[in-house]
Write a protein that binds this ligand. Sequence first.
Ligand SMILES: CC(C)(COP(=O)(O)OP(=O)(O)OC[C@H]1O[C@@H](n2cnc3c(N)ncnc32)[C@H](O)[C@@H]1OP(=O)(O)O)[C@@H](O)C(=O)NCCC(=O)NCCS
Length: 178
Amino acid sequence: MVNPIEIKVRRLRKSDDRGGFQSGNIELDRFFHRYAGQNQFRHHIGTSYVAETDNRIVGFTTVSSAELTAEKLAKTFRRRLPDYPIPALRVSRLAVDERFQGNGIGKLLLKSVFELSLDIRDQAGCYGVVVDAKPETVAFYSRLGFFTLEIISGALRDRPEPVPMFLPIATIAQAAGR
Ligand SMILES: CC(C)(COP(=O)(O)OP(=O)(O)OC[C@H]1O[C@@H](n2cnc3c(N)ncnc32)[C@H](O)[C@@H]1OP(=O)(O)O)[C@@H](O)C(=O)NCCC(=O)NCCS
């Protein structure tokens, strides 16, 4: 059991050793070992944040900017939104080392994403946080307030299908008191 207070979340550094990270999900591990660095430092298409304790990376999340369409948002929002693309922040990857799962680290990483979304809201605009959740993690995101977005029919889907989920910035702001 790890005390989440001892865990620090910070941006990934070039010098970080990512090789030992193991979440039990081969795709997520491969992404972190091979691509998280180049995506962040060379291509600038996604930034990773790591949870660290005792100089060891025990979790990571990768975020990038996203655009939502009013069509993609639930009916409740549709009426109040303009037709042009709406800025959002995407959680494109999230994983906790399997030896440390169940210690609040995933939640801690998402909290840092929420803080970031509020900073972006103020600096560039951000309507909320979006994630394509694996079916087995829908409950995890729901507990944090995410709700399921309508799926656009006809789109090519992975198997098993990810579930698009969304957390409005207003909800994040209210919880954070910002
Ligand atoms: C999903 C994952 C990131 C969760 O991280 P974690 O550190 O183990 O989760 P936490 O300890 O922060 O859990 C936070 C809360 O969610 C709950 N929770 C965790 N995983 C859950 C799941 N799969 N379903 C439902 N609830 C879940 C916890 O019980 C906890 O509840 P509480 O706040 O009431 O105590 C982690 O299990 C993981 O890396 N899984 C493999 C990779 C993966 O599937 N990533 C998600 C990609 S969409």
